[in-house]
Design a binder for this molecule. Sequence first.
Ligand SMILES: Nc1nc2c(c(=O)[nH]1)N=C([C@H](O)[C@H](O)COP(=O)(O)OP(=O)(O)OP(=O)(O)O)CN2
Ligand SMILES: [Zn+2]
Length: 136
Amino acid sequence: MKVTVSRKAHFNAAHRLYRKDWSFEKNDATFGKCNNPNFHGHNYELIASVTGEIDPETGYVIDMKVLKDIIKSEVEDAFDHKNLNIEVPEFKDLNPTAENIVVVIYDKLKAKLNPDLDLEVTLYETPRNFVSYNGN
Ligand SMILES: Nc1nc2c(c(=O)[nH]1)N=C([C@H](O)[C@H](O)COP(=O)(O)OP(=O)(O)OP(=O)(O)O)CN2
Ligand SMILES: [Zn+2]
């Protein structure tokens, strides 16, 4: 019997959507106001959902304190109040779209979890724009 344990988190970050190898005009046509060279910010909301068997001894799939600490170290400490393009190495050559951010977060969290556990990450870039990734 598998159960899903979820934890919410949030971070504030700035970004600019563009490709370094495209002209400003092409970036502008593709990314519009998100290509502002002076960047813009979002209040990102995150849901990390971990699915696995309940340990019969502890009753846990994963200790929520452990999940909280992993999200803090891997996501909040790394991304909160940062400029993603400039200050977060994963986005040095990767456009920080919501899609790419959720994959980066998934990879960072998955690497810290017991491999027997499944993970799905949902990332809200605005209250109405969100993406999900489960490794597939
Ligand atoms: N597929 C994607 N499309 C867009 C992304 C993205 O990451 N993936 N990102 C953006 C902008 O960065 C940003 O999300 C747009 O924000 P905003 O214009 O404020 O969005 P809304 O107007 O829809 O704001 P709501 O408050 O949600 O109405 C653009 N596209
Ligand atoms: Zn944006």
